[in-house]
Design a binder for this molecule. Structure first.
Ligand SMILES: Nc1ncnc2c1ncn2[C@@H]1O[C@H](COP(=O)(O)OP(=O)(O)O)[C@@H](O)[C@H]1O
Ligand SMILES: [Mg+2]
Length: 375
């Protein structure tokens, strides 16, 4: 049994249905794709809830005994070997332990890939690594061995590869082609690819020349609707004999620009401090949050050129900005030549510090935007 959380507003990951708001349509869509043997690409702007949704879906499939699920985070992986290592570790933690100790099949699998399995002599914690062998010369073969193992499971296996856009940065091998071949080689395994880099994920899966073209269904994750979110928030406050007004929810929803993480963060704070939340309490919480982040945000000044910084700040202050090259905008913020504004903007968009959401240019991180606005 999981313990009950003291604060029901989670700031990381997934902790069961009770703390998870809505996403019924998305869950139904994921299940429909799964039931019809389709692979899925799930994408959204940062911190809208992809990882939590995938974990929620996996928990659902496990509960229904419809699938065995494996979650792999590719964040921080820099090569295909890193990815293979993460996949192997995930498979080990799922299937490695059997009643008689360590599964012989898994041990065989690990050594077939050329990985070393060792145990910390003090803690007994297993560790899997490439050992002395520096590089895996045949990642395709390793993936094949891993896929064959998973295919032999009695139940269907669903693999979720989170932060999948990371494969674009793998040197040498074409990560896209390698994973596409893997997916095709094992049509019985279901895949969900998650990525926060919306444009990149879209082009990876939808451009004709790209290996993943038309091989998976695109599913975009938007914000959680206000009505559902409000019910969820109020219900959790009430369960703890606390109270929060609709007007407060309304304002925090706007301030958070509908971003799930930001809403959770504000709720978490309010819940921790007040029994009856009123609108007048919001500003204090907003200020406290921005205050804590300011050290990190100030660092942006070192990472950006002077013009980029000025443009970024102007975009935040003008939110929502529609025409960044308009004379009025450039003059209002005294940004200089149109061409240098364009160059700076392109750079900011390349790194996704600034995004274009439909026709609006926005500072991607909501908290960074709010902080820039406060300067
Ligand atoms: N449906 C939801 N209900 C409640 N909290 C959620 C929900 N979806 C996400 N969260 C929370 O919002 C934050 C961001 O979600 P996450 O899944 O990490 O976003 P992403 O993977 O899109 O960057 C996390 O703290 C997570 O716990
Ligand atoms: Mg995530």
């Amino acid at each position: 049994m999981k313990r009950q959380l003291k604060n029901p507003f989670l700031l990381a990951g997934y902790y069961g249905k009770e703390y998870f708001c809505d996403r019924e349509d998305e869950l139904a869509a994921l299940e429909d794709h799964f039931d019809n043997e389709r692979n899925v690409v799930l994408y959204s702007w940062r911190r809208f809830g992809k990882t939590a949704l995938v974990q929620h879906f996996m928990a659902h499939l496990e509960e229904q005994k419809k699938a065995e699920t494996i979650y792999i985070d590719l964040l921080g992986t820099r090569t295909i070997d890193d990815a293979i290592l993460n996949i192997t570790r995930a498979i080990y933690s799922k299937y490695g332990k059997v009643n008689s100790g360590i599964s012989a099949k898994i041990v065989k699998l690990i050594s077939a890939i050329g990985l070393d399995l060792s145990f910390d002599p003090n803690t007994g914690i297993p560790s899997i690594s490439f050992g002395v062998k520096k590089e895996n010369s045949m990642p395709e073969k390793s993936l094949e061995a891993l896929g064959s193992f998973l295919q032999q499971r009695k139940n269907v296996v669903l693999i979720a590869l989170d932060e999948f856009q990371q494969i674009k940065h793998y040197p040498k091998q074409n990560g896209e082609a390698v994973f596409r071949a893997w997916m095709q080689q094992f049509p019985d395994i279901r895949f969900i690819f998650c990525g926060s880099h919306r444009n990149m994920m879209q082009s990876m899966f939808a451009e004709k020349s790209r290996p993943f073209y038309q091989s998976a269904q695109l599913l975009q994750l938007g914000p959680i609707g206000k009505i559902k979110y409000e019910l969820f928030i109020k219900q959790h406050f009430q369960e703890h004999k606390k109270d929060i007004g609709s007007d407060v929810v309304e304002q925090m929803y706007i301030w958070s620009r509908e971003q799930t993480y930001c809403i959770q963060l504000v709720c978490n704070r309010l819940f921790g401090i007040y029994n009856r939340v009123e609108v007048k309490h919001l500003q204090q919480v907003f200020d406290a949050i921005l205050n804590e982040e300011s050290a990190v945000f100030s660092n942006y000044t070192n990472l950006l050129t002077h013009t980029q910084w000025r443009v970024l700040q102007a975009i935040a202050k003008e939110e929502p900005l529609r025409t960044p090259t308009a004379k009025e905008f450039i003059q209002k913020y005294n940004l200089g030549a149109t061409s240098s504004v364009s160059t700076a903007l392109n750079k900011l968009m390349e790194t996704e510090i600034v995004i274009k959401d439909e026709d609006k240019y926005l500072v991607h991180e909501v908290l960074l935007a709010r902080w820039l606005q406060s300067l």
